[in-house]
Design a protein around this ligand. Structure first.
Ligand code: HEM
Length: 407
């Protein structure tokens, strides 16, 4: 239990730390990786260089500090992060290391303003916040190890098949190298893939949604190739996957994780809205529903640049053809001449609210959406404008989470 005095110090210093947030977390990562270079094997270097991770960590620490006397209100956010930590292999023993370097960074950046009393208060508060994460993660480790076919750490999977789904998206069908059982998962969950790339000093870990329904003899991931664009460097892992990983090769996976999952008890109509590679978890959900819930109406809306960038088109259309419950709509931002010739899409340009209202039979549905952040902000804005209940809206960010409410 923190004393009243400690809580008061924490709350009064949050605005100061927020002001210096990015400096503190940047300094924190410098100090952390200098003292513990082995942790570079766990963190996503691309997120680091784009400062996305710094912002994510800083935001959560300050939000937690602000609510230090009622941390239970943060539990949903904690669970989502804990899933990610568990899938990456973050352990209880890592927390004191992070805490120590976070305090050193606060001290460095604030200088004399960081009195002993303030640092002591933050050390205590960090301990309380860390405990919440450690407990949530311990439970998740236990669950993933105990489930049938579950495992600890990273397990070798052989690539059985590699299928090009579009110009930029390729699927990998993965079976356990040890031929052991494959645990089920919740449609919408992802796996972490740990990869050693020749010439790279550290291993890389990335998350990929499982893109097929559970219950198959394989896990399928579908990765978008991230080529260099503008000032943004290419995605090392996705390019390596696309160019170098072939049938027979081994990928290392931790057990499925994530909270963005299909509620299979829900009987309301369901609407899936995806942009680009954001369709992968939604295809898994779609395939699950048509297998298990033929009574549940589904509207599947996908926005792509054009037919060349459109993954799973044929598969989803086949599902819709054999399942009268499913309606599909394709929205192409810039259709090609060939798209026009074969009438490959339902809408040209971007999604807007009047169009959504036309194709979605009822707003009393459950909505799942996923895609690039600007797309998600737009869709979220439309659903709010339409007065869709917040409890019926579910979404997932690819990469570090952010907020859709403060564009
Ligand atoms: C990711 C917060 C402790 C390693 C994250 C994210 C947040 C976060 C908000 C982003 C989640 C997302 O992408 O949705 C925290 C907080 C901590 C903590 C508040 C302490 C109370 C740790 C520890 C480690 C760790 C002890 C291990 C050394 C990571 C890694 C990622 C991550 C590797 C993924 C980052 C990436 O993609 O580069 N954490 N974390 N975290 N965390 Fe933590």
């Amino acid at each position: 239990m923190l004393s009243e005095r400690t809580i008061q110090i924490i709350k009064s210093t949050v605005p100061v730390l927020e002001k210096h947030g990015i400096h503190i977390t940047k300094r924190f990562y410098q100090l952390l990786f200098t003292a513990h270079p082995e942790l570079l094997n766990m963190f996503n270097h691309a997120n680091q260089s784009q400062e996305r991770q710094q912002a994510a960590l800083a935001n959560v620490v300050y939000a937690a500090a602000q609510h230090i006397d009622k941390l239970e209100t943060l539990l949903p956010a904690v669970k989502q992060i804990a899933h990610k930590h568990r899938s990456l292999g973050v352990k209880a023993e890592h927390y004191p290391i992070v805490g120590e370097h976070l305090l050193l960074a606060i001290k460095d950046v604030l200088g004399e303003a960081a009195t002993e009393e303030i640092l002591q208060a933050w050390a205590e508060a960090y301990g309380v916040i860390a405990k919440v994460f450690i407990e949530a993660e311990a439970e998740m480790y236990q669950q993933s190890e105990q489930q049938q076919g579950g495992w600890t750490g990273f397990r070798g999977f052989r690539v059985e098949n590699k299928v090009k789904e579009s110009d930029v998206i390729t699927s990998f069908y993965l079976v356990p190298q040890d031929r052991g059982a494959l645990p089920s998962f919740e449609p919408g969950q992802y796996v972490s893939v740990k990869m050693e790339i020749p010439g790279e000093a550290n291993t890389h870990i990335r998350q990929y949604s499982l893109s097929d329904a559970p219950g198959k003899p394989y896990y399928r991931i579908s990765a978008k190739r991230e080529d260099a664009i503008g000032g943004k460097p290419e995605g090392k892992v996705s390019v390596y996957l696309h160019d170098q990983i072939n049938p027979g090769d081994i990928l290392w996976l931790s057990t499925p994780a994530g909270e963005f999952t299909l509620d299979q008890q829900d009987s309301k109509p369901v609407v899936f809205i995806s942009g680009g590679v954001g369709l992968t978890p939604l295809v898994s959900m779609l395939n699950t529903i048509v297998d298990n819930r033929p009574d549940r109406p589904v509207t599947f809306i996908h926005a792509a640049r054009n037919g060349n960038a459109h993954a799973f088109k044929q598969q989803v259309e086949e599902v819709a053809n054999r399942s009268p419950q499913v309606s599909v709509y394709w929205c192409y931002a810039k259709p090609t001449d060939q798209d026009r010739e074969i009438n490959a899409y339902d809408r040209e340009g971007y999604i807007d609210l009047p169009w959504l209202q036309k194709v979605i039979p009822t707003k009393e549905a459950t909505f799942y959406f996923c895609g690039p952040v600007p797309f998600m902000k737009t869709v979220y804005g439309f659903l709010k404008e339409w007065d869709v209940a917040e409890a019926h809206i579910h979404y997932e960010f690819f990469g570090p989470s952010g907020s859709l409410e403060n564009p």
